[in-house]
Write a new protein. Structure first.
Length: 400
């Protein structure tokens, strides 16, 4: 007993080696108290290196379980303010910001009221005005929209038929099919332009016109006379004159005598009004004689010059904001909004009213009109009556 007490005393004093010499087990050192992390510093302690704190008994006895526990610990990330974030916060911060999709709104043109620019090339002008007419109608998902109707045709309809009066012997190397193809190919645009001019002048009905003509062996028309017509006199006269522009394939044995039957009807898209001829004064006032008998030089001509889009670019965002709610009501809503603006002596817009276009959603139009009033416009003050247009839903229109 005395030896055992001596060995314990020596072990506590001199160490383990002496204790082994005495034949007794070493006395374990008292364990340092471990601090359980609180809810506020739990993440910080988990991120502390292993050398800074003693591993728990569980981690030593079960290494696999330790790896699983570590994988469950939230990843720490410090932002610029030193705030800690877990996995969820980190994922949210690394996701790219989603930009709001741009609405398909495009500025089209702006010009002084009464002076819409018109191409000097008649066919180009007709194609553009037909396109504007289609956009003025607009459309949406409802089947009653005119642009959704089966057989919708924006341009005017022109049907040309030809009958050979001089007999088959006059055709020579030609065939009746050749004559018809030549009449349609060379006559479509001259006849269409005549009829469109009549529509702008108030012609609103469909009609049929018969014209008798003669063509020489070279294929040129040498004579034309109108035989009957259900259209106005001016349109009929224009169509008769247009037959001289026809060109037939050479090869006839002798003079060809033909009768053309022209069937014309308005297209489904109304043509926009053309208030002036290209590069011509808009009003008679500019041509009014002065008291001396000369043309009044103080009245400037109204030049048809389109304004640059830059002054109107900030307004396109306003139009898009008005168009957005319309798209929520109808995801296939598209069309053209043309607005006539009047400005005061300071250059601010005092009135805005839709002109010529018939956008399908009146709420969108009302929004645009109300939000443009009061806007300043960086243009000379003498431009106090302006027309500006936007196209809403370019991709939707082309997919129709």
């Amino acid at each position: 007993m005395a030896r055992l007490l001596t060995c314990r005393f020596v072990a506590l004093t001199l160490g383990v080696g002496v204790a082994s010499w005495c034949g007794c087990a070493p006395v374990p050192a008292p364990a340092s108290p471990s601090r359980a992390p609180t809810s506020e510093n739990q993440h910080a302690d988990a991120a502390t290196p292993a050398s800074a704190s003693a591993p728990s008994a569980r981690s030593v006895s079960d290494p696999d379980q330790s790896k699983q526990d570590q994988s469950k610990q939230p990843v720490q990330q410090l932002d610029a303010a030193g705030k800690q974030h877990g996995n969820d916060d980190l994922e949210a911060s690394t996701k790219p910001a989603m930009a709001e999709p741009e609405l398909p709104v495009a500025f089209e043109q702006a010009y002084r009221f009464g002076a819409r620019p018109v191409s000097e090339q008649a066919i180009d002008a007709s194609l553009r005005e037909t396109e504007i007419g289609m956009w003025n109608s607009g459309g949406g998902s409802a089947p009653e929209f005119v642009t959704n109707r089966q057989g919708y045709h924006a341009a005017v309809r022109v049907i040309v038929n030809a009958t050979v009066l001089s007999g088959r012997g006059s055709l020579g190397a030609l065939s009746p099919r050749d004559v018809l193809a030549n009449a349609r190919a060379s006559g479509y645009w001259p006849f269409r332009l005549c009829y469109e001019e009549g529509l702008r002048a108030g012609e609103r009905k469909r009609g049929t016109v018969a014209v008798r003509l003669s063509a020489n062996r070279g294929g040129s028309v040498t004579f034309a006379r109108s035989m009957s017509s259900s259209l106005s006199r001016s349109v009929t006269q224009c169509l008769r004159q247009a037959t001289y522009k026809l060109k037939f394939k050479a090869g006839a044995r002798r003079r060809l005598d033909l009768q053309l039957t022209l069937q014309l009807s308005p297209g489904d898209a109304a043509l926009p009004p053309r208030t002036r001829e290209p590069n011509a004064p808009d009003s008679a006032a500019s041509r009014a004689p002065s008291r001396s008998g000369d043309t009044n030089p103080t009245v400037p001509e109204l030049a048809a010059v389109a304004f640059e889009p830059a002054p109107f670019e900030p307004w396109t965002h306003v139009v898009a904001e008005c168009y957005g709610p319309g798209l929520q009501r109808d995801a296939q809503l598209w069309g053209r909004v043309q607005v006539r603006l009047k400005r005061d002596e300071r250059g601010a817009v005092v009135s805005a009213e839709q002109l010529d276009s018939q956008f399908p959603d009146p709420e969108v139009v009302a929004c645009i009109e109300s939000r443009l009033v009061g806007k300043p416009l960086d243009l000379p003050l003498d431009f106090d009556d302006i027309v500006v247009a936007w196209r809403l839903g370019e991709a939707l229109a082309t997919s129709q």
